[in-house]
Design a protein around this ligand. Structure first.
Ligand SMILES: [Zn+2]
Length: 307
């Protein structure tokens, strides 16, 4: 069995202002990292339907995003989040990629899939674009797995250095989904306390102190998150793969190393192997040092291939 890489160069057409960390060059960095991995089954990320987005966001929100896309230049949705003429297609291909990743894994065509697209998605709340994100890509993929494919339970593991407030918001009342996140605290967006546990006990937040590095991260997963996932017995594991916990990242300081991204990916795939035939679909979130992003995404994909 194989690992799918699902992507599309439309990611290059989501443009942000000069100096913005979530920059076009991130896409090339990830592609350079993945380029040597011949084993990847390379697939195109399609534009999703509007109905796919409406699994998690209201029609009025989608219409507002569509109306905000400028004909030329850039438009700011908030201080951090911008759209350009190509942003809607890029974001809809990010969602489409995650959905076909779910489809391919559940069809048994591949063991697992990595969706390498931008913009990221885990900060987009039900009716609020924020934190560089327009649509809740991973939450939408979870709903597709549950409602379209009829799975009973889906777990989401978010190891981006920022709390996935959007995914948490979109899945807060979804008892068929377990949302688990490690993230630096304090840090943007400020949510993600361990006391935030979801409407059905279906949210597990493990905030990590700055500068705590590999050991604290590995304890959080082995002692808290993986036992919670095992108890939930998911049929599929989705991953919000942000690489901004890397020690070189300019936006945070958790001080993980490239090898830590290999470790977390290996362990997620092992847990998935025990629980759900290894079924994992991972979507790119953050990661803002281009060299660290290149190397960490490569380590992530290589561990998925080896699973
Ligand atoms: Zn992040």
């Amino acid at each position: 069995m194989t690992t799918a890489l699902i992507t599309h160069p439309a990611s290059l057409n989501h443009v942000t202002p000069p100096g913005h960390p979530e920059q076009v060059a991130r896409y090339g960095a990830v592609m350079r990292g993945l380029e040597p991995l011949d084993a990847l089954d390379r697939r195109e990320a399609p534009v999703c339907t509007r109905a796919e987005i409406l699994r998690c966001h209201p029609e009025a929100y989608l219409a507002r995003i569509e109306a905000a896309i400028p004909e030329t230049g850039l438009r700011a949705l908030d201080a951090d989040t911008h759209v350009s003429p190509g942003s809607l297609e890029a974001a809809m291909r990010a969602v489409g990629g995650a959905c076909v990743g779910v489809d391919a894994v559940l069809a048994g065509e591949v063991t697992n899939a990595f969706v390498a697209m931008r913009p990221p998605g885990h900060h987009a709340e039900t009716s609020t674009a924020m934190g560089f994100c327009l649509f809740g890509t991973v939450a939408i993929a979870a709903r597709r797995a549950l409602d379209h494919h009829g799975l009973n339970r889906v777990a989401v593991i978010d190891f981006d250095v920022h709390h996935g407030n959007g995914t948490q918001d979109l899945l807060w009342e979804e008892e068929r989904a377990l949302f688990c996140s490690t993230h630096q605290m304090p840090l943007y967006p400020g949510s993600g306390a361990a006391t935030e546990t979801g409407a059905h006990g279906n949210v597990v937040n493990v905030p990590l102190d700055p500068m705590t590095g590999s050991a604290a991260m590995r304890r959080a997963y082995d002692d808290v998150i993986f036992p919670a996932v095992a108890a939930f017995k998911p049929d599929l594991i989705l991953v919000s793969a942000g690489f901004d916990a890397h020690e070189a990242d300019p936006l945070a300081n958790l001080n993980w190393k490239t090898e830590d991204f290999a470790w977390i990916t290996r362990r997620i795939c092992e847990v998935a192997g025990d629980l759900c035939d290894g079924r994992v679909v991972s979507s790119l979130e953050g990661g803002y040092d281009l060299d660290a992003l290149r190397d960490s995404a490569a380590a992530h994909a290589a561990a998925m291939i080896a699973a």
